[in-house]
Write a protein that binds this ligand. Structure first.
Ligand code: ATP
Ligand code: MG
Length: 412
C-alpha cells in the first residue's frame, strides 16, 4: 500500500517553519504499523496544489495533506481539492454548531470554516477552527488536515488512524526495536550491523548517529508481535552483548532517561557543576518527569569568581591552570559534591566558541569529570571543533555516557 504526504505551505519552503508535520505523521504512522512512501512540499498556490494532489492521487492509494485549511487568504487547499473531486460547497451545520459551542457567535470565521465541500467527510477540530476533510471517490482517497501541529496531531491520532485501520487494514505490520550505543564511532557500529544483516536478512537495520550516541533500529515486517519477536530478538541480543559496556535503552530513546532509571533503581543522587553547557545538562535531566527522585541540583558557574565563590575552586588554581583545565574541572566536581552531599557529581568546563579559543585551547576543548563521594574522579577531555550548539550537545552526551560507565563499579 502506498501512502503519501503533501505538506502545504510557502513558509515551510522558505525555511521559516520547520517541517515537523512530516516527522509527526511519519512517527504516528510508524507507531500504528503504516509507513509513508513519499512526501512533497508545495507552495500555497491553487494551480500547484491542484496538479500536485492530482499526481499524488494517481500514484498512491492514500494521500494525506496538511496546511492551508484555515480562513486566511493564503489558504487555498479546500478549493483545489474540491475541484479535483468535483464537489460543490455547502454550509455544514455540524461544524457551525461545534464552533458556536466552543467560541460563541463572536468568531468571525465561523461561516468560512463551516463552508466545506459537500462530498467530503468531516473531521471535527477540537483544538482550532479548521475542520479536516476526507474525500473518497474513484479519483482516490485524499485527507486534508490543518497545518498547525497541535491541531493536526490529535486529529490524526484520534480520527485518521481509526479511519485507516477500517479502510486500509494491515495484513502485516512493521515492528521495531531500538538500542543506543555511546562513545563509539559510527563505522564501528556499522561494521557490526553489516555482519548481522548477512545472518539475519529479514531484519532491516537503521543507523542514526547523534553527537556521541549512535542509535540503531532493528525492524521486521510480520503478521504478529510474536512472529516479529522471533525475527528481531536474536540479532538484538547479539548486538546488546557485543556493545554491552557502551549501550543503553530507554522508552524515549534518550540517555538521560536511562540515567534516571538507573539512579532511581539504585537510590543514588546526582549533582552537577556546569560551565560551558550553561545549564543545558540540567535542563535535559529535568525534562523527564521523576527527575527530582535523584537529581539534587546544579550550579552554573560561568565566571571564574562564581567557580570560586559557589564551588570553592581556588582562584590561584584557575589563574595557574586556566578555567578550562583538568585541575579546575575536578575541583568543580568536588565543590558541588561537598555542597550538595550527592552520591555522584558531574562537572564540565570548556570553550564553546565561536570566540575565546587559543592555540593551546582551541574552540571545542572541553574538560569533563565524574566523581563518586567515596571514589577517585574520572577525568577526560573532548575535542569537538564544531558549532556552539553541537559542542554543548556533544559534551552533555559524553558526560551522561561516562556517568553510566563510571557508576557501573558501584552497581553491586
Ligand atoms: P490556520 O487555521 O492556522 O490558518 P492552516 O490549516 O491553514 O491553519 P497553515 O496556514 O498552512 O495551516 O499553517 C498554519 C501554521 O501551522 C503555520 O504558520 C506554521 O506555524 C504551522 N505549520 C504549517 N505547516 C507546518 C509543518 N509542515 N510543520 C510544522 N508546522 C507547520
Ligand atoms: Mg492558514
Amino acid at each position: 500500500m502506498r501512502i503519501e504526504l503533501i505538506v502545504i505551505g510557502s513558509e515551510v519552503l522558505s525555511g521559516q517553519t520547520l517541517n515537523t508535520n512530516l516527522a509527526g505523521i511519519g512517527q504516528m504512522m510508524g507507531d500504528a504499523g503504516y509507513a509513508l512512501f513519499q512526501e512533497t512540499v508545495l507552495t500555497d498556490s491553487h494551480e500547484v496544489l491542484k496538479s500536485g494532489m492530482e499526481q499524488a492521487l494517481k500514484r498512491s492509494d492514500l494521500v494525506i495533506a496538511t496546511g492551508g485549511l484555515g480562513p486566511t487568504l493564503d489558504d487555498v487547499t479546500r478549493k483545489a481539492a474540491a475541484e479535483l473531486f468535483d464537489s460543490p460547497f455547502h454550509l455544514e451545520d455540524k461544524v457551525v454548531r461545534h464552533l458556536q459551542m466552543r467560541f460563541g457567535n463572536a468568531l468571525s470565521s465561523i461561516e468560512d470554516q463551516a463552508t466545506v465541500p459537500s462530498k467530503a467527510h468531516i473531521l471535527l477540530n477540537h483544538v482550532g477552527t479548521a475542520p479536516g476533510l476526507i474525500f473518497e471517490s474513484s479519483v482516490g482517497t485524499l485527507i486534508l488536515l490543518p497545518g498547525v501541529p497541535n491541531e493536526m496531531r490529535p486529529m490524526f491520532a484520534e480520527q485518521v488512524i481509526p479511519y485507516m485501520r477500517e479502510k486500509f487494514p494491515l495484513k502485516e505490520t512493521v515492528f521495531r526495536k531500538s538500542l543506543h550505543i555511546f562513545e563509539l564511532a559510527e563505522n564501528v557500529v556499522d561494521t557490526e550491523l553489516r555482519k548481522l544483516k548477512e545472518v539475519h536478512p529479514l531484519v532491516d537495520f537503521g543507523i542514526y548517529p547523534g553527537l556521541g550516541i549512535v542509535s540503531v533500529s532493528l525492524s521486521a515486517t510480520a503478521k504478529s508481535a510474536l512472529e516479529a519477536e522471533a525475527l528481531l530478538h536474536p540479532p538484538y541480543q547479539e548486538l546488546e552483548a557485543f556493545f554491552a559496556t557502551n549501550c543503553f535503552t530507554s522508552d524515549s530513546g534518550t540517555i538521560e532517561e536511562a540515567v534516571q532509571h538507573l539512579f532511581l533503581e539504585k537510590g543514588w543522587t546526582l549533582s552537577i557543576a556546569e560551565s560551558c553547557t550553561g545549564g543545558a545538562l540540567s535542563a535535559r535531566i529535568t525534562q523527564h518527569p521523576g527527575a527530582s527522585g535523584y537529581f539534587l541540583g546544579s550550579i552554573v558557574a560561568y565566571a571564574n569568581h562564581v567557580k570560586s565563590q559557589s564551588l570553592g575552586v581556588s582562584s590561584s588554581l584557575i589563574t595557574e591552570k586556566g578555567a578550562v583545565s583538568q585541575e579546575v574541572v575536578v575541583a568543580m566536581a568536588r565543590g558541588i559534591l561537598s555542597s550538595t552531599g550527592s552520591d555522584f557529581a558531574l562537572a564540565v568546563t570548556g570553550v564553546a566558541g565561536p570566540s575565546g579559543g587559543t592555540a593551546e585551547k582551541p574552540v571545542g576543548t572541553v574538560w569533563c569529570a565524574v566523581l563518586h563521594k567515596d571514589g577517585e574522579p574520572h577525568i577526560w577531555q573532548l575535542h569537538c571543533p564544531w558549532t556552539r550548539k553541537m559542542i554543548i550537545t556533544r559534551s552533555i552526551n559524553s558526560l551522561l555516557s561516562n556517568l553510566l560507565t563510571y557508576s557501573k563499579q558501584y552497581n553491586v
